[in-house]
Design a protein. Sequence first.
Length: 246
Amino acid sequence: MINMLSITRITKHLDLIAVIVASIIGLALHALGIIPEAYLISLLLLLLSLLAIHEISHSVKYDVAHETIMRIENKLTCPPSEIELIKPPDLLTLSQEFALRNQGEEWWFNICADMFRSQDLFDRLLKPSIQSQKSSKIVFVLKHSMKDAWEKDIQPKIEKCKGKEKIQPPLWRDIEENIAFRMIDVSSEKEVKEAFLTVWGEPFMMEHRVEKEETRMPRHVLYVRSHSELIPRLKDIFMRYKLMRE
């Protein structure tokens, strides 16, 4: 076992050993008068350069290994973030991906339904949920002020979609909270929910013009992960308004 360990350590430093051996041979040849002093100096400078390169390469390898170890350590010691900020450039793309992750019911609470007057926003935000085979039911809890837009502009769009029966009749409520959220089931086997959460007003909402009318849609959204303490609270808010008498 000792011999094997010794051999392993030696093979890891063959380049360094070669430099040392070459230096000794050069000095011996100079002492015997075989090579002149000028050649010896050139040889020693070359060997010193090789030795410096050897040390630098080992130092770089150490730094890279150290950084890799630190990254792994950070992932192991730092728990995944409960909340992630979604910025405007990524909002529509991530919203479509969010819809396709749903494994059951999808809840919409206090959103500005006027934004669905835009066919493009309807196609990108709501239609993927309606047509997804994994979505079983889509429930809206909305303010009474959204009723006209829903019946006039949004319901006709829904009627053209495959899977329209998933949309339940909206629940019209007097909502006091100034938040809006979209919540999905991320597991079909047990209740595990995630949500897109936003706040009415700046800087989270922005005005959006649809057919000469001003509507509001999210600018920044908070992606609330399933292990966040906010999930049970948002669920309680939704269920309280859902079970409330009209």
